[in-house]
Design a protein around this ligand. Structure first.
Ligand code: 5AD
Ligand code: FES
Length: 361
């Protein structure tokens, strides 16, 4: 294989090169990870941006085979935070200088839900003097809804594509109108067209997934010109249909190491995007998120969901931080960042530089 430095230098991100780089382990992998981590430090500095994440409801109309809060899982206590509780969480994020707030929930697209989000966006803007950045992670909606929420104050949207390989996508979802790969792709485009900083991502180590498909995911991010990416290892949940394919899985360690390589390669391929160090990384390795930052991630999403409800939002099992209060998370994150020579970018929206570079073109 060609030398990593040569590939990076020449920017030759072919499927074949990426496939081989994703498989690196041992000293060669260490070289790749520190190359990407140092590249981030040199080009963007040592700030890591915080996004206060509120998982305001686990009521979901979808039935993805991997997800613990899918609608057919009867073992979940469903909840929906009150408007006041959501506003409190937004104010909490603002007062703790997070600079940005992410609203996530199970997927709904009924008019009552759409109107409610719209109302909440306006109220949050009002309560935080227009200063708190708002990111939505509310799944597939119509282009009109995306535009409406944008107008009301949301400026970023996250919609993971889960995998850019249509055949694999089909294996992970029911075969019906609500779970079409094409629809998801169209939604991501509609989000970009509405003017949002656009985020997507994939799961890593899904049953049957190959390095070639993951290499395809990296090229998809680049070709789609996304502004933000969140990627995490797939973690099985025993109340989901995909659990029955667990014998096909790579070990958790392998999924983790591959995710680190995905983060590092993406950082080298797309120097100015925001990449999240995801909670699922920490579910496998106690220092998972810190390792992701050292490999090129620059965003962390402390959970600010009221702590008594967190155990009901288990997308996967062993999810960390599901029994602490929100205050604990921000203190804990800052200490953790300090340990690896990074610091939180307080009071900044921490926009994706890529978005502005994209707008200038
Ligand atoms: N393991 C890892 N990530 C998961 N997600 C859902 N279920 C799992 C799981 N079992 C991720 C999906 C989704 C995001 C909100 O959580 O990528 O888009
Ligand atoms: Fe939640 Fe550390 S980030 S306890």
């Amino acid at each position: 294989m060609k030398d990593i430095f040569q590939i990076v230098e020449s920017g030759s991100w072919s499927i074949e090169n990426l496939e081989q780089l994703l498989a690196l382990r041992g000293d060669e992998q260490k070289k790749l990870l520190s190359l990407a981590g140092n590249f981030l430090l040199k080009s963007r500095g040592n700030e890591v941006y915080y996004r206060g994440l509120v998982e305001f409801s686990n009521i979901c109309t979808k039935d993805c085979f991997y997800c613990g809060i899918r609608k057919s899982n009867k073992n979940v206590d469903r909840y929906d935070l009150s408007d006041d509780a959501i506003l409190d969480a937004a104010v909490f994020a603002y007062e703790h200088h997070y600079g940005s707030f992410v609203m996530q929930s199970g997927e709904r697209d009924d008019p009552v839900f759409v109107d409610r989000i719209d109302r909440l966006l306006r109220k949050i803007k009002e309560k935080t003097n227009g200063k708190l950045g708002i990111t939505l992670s509310l799944g597939e909606q119509t282009p009109e809804t995306y535009r409406r929420w944008f107008k009301s104050g949301a400026h970023r949207y996250l919609l993971r594509i889960e995998t850019s390989d249509e055949a694999l996508y089909r294996q992970l979802h029911p075969d019906d109108e609500k779970h079409r790969f094409r629809k998801r792709m169209d939604c991501l485009k509609a989000i970009q067209d509405a003017g949002y900083q656009t985020g997507t991502g994939v799961m890593i180590g899904l049953p049957g997934q190959t390095f070639k498909q993951l290499a395809g995911d990296l090229l998809f991010f680049k070709n789609f010109d996304v502004d933000m990416v969140g990627m995490g290892p797939y973690i099985e949940h025993e109340d989901t249909p995909l659990y029955f394919r667990r014998s096909e899985l790579w070990t958790p360690r392998e999924r983790f190491l591959t995710t680190l390589n995905m983060v590092a390669l993406l950082r080298l391929m797309m120097p100015d995007i925001n990449i999240a160090a995801t909670t699922a990384m920490q579910a496998i390795d106690p220092m998972g998120r810190e390792k992701a930052v050292q490999a090129g991630a620059n965003v962390m999403m402390p959970n600010i969901t009221p702590s008594n409800l967190r155990r009901n939002y288990l997308l996967y099992q062993n999810k960390p931080c599901t029994d602490e209060g929100a205050e604990d998370c921000s203190d804990c994150l800052s200490i953790r960042l300090e340990m690896i020579g990074r610091r939180p970018g307080f009071d900044k929206w921490g926009d994706s530089a890529h978005f502005f570079n994209r707008m200038r073109e």
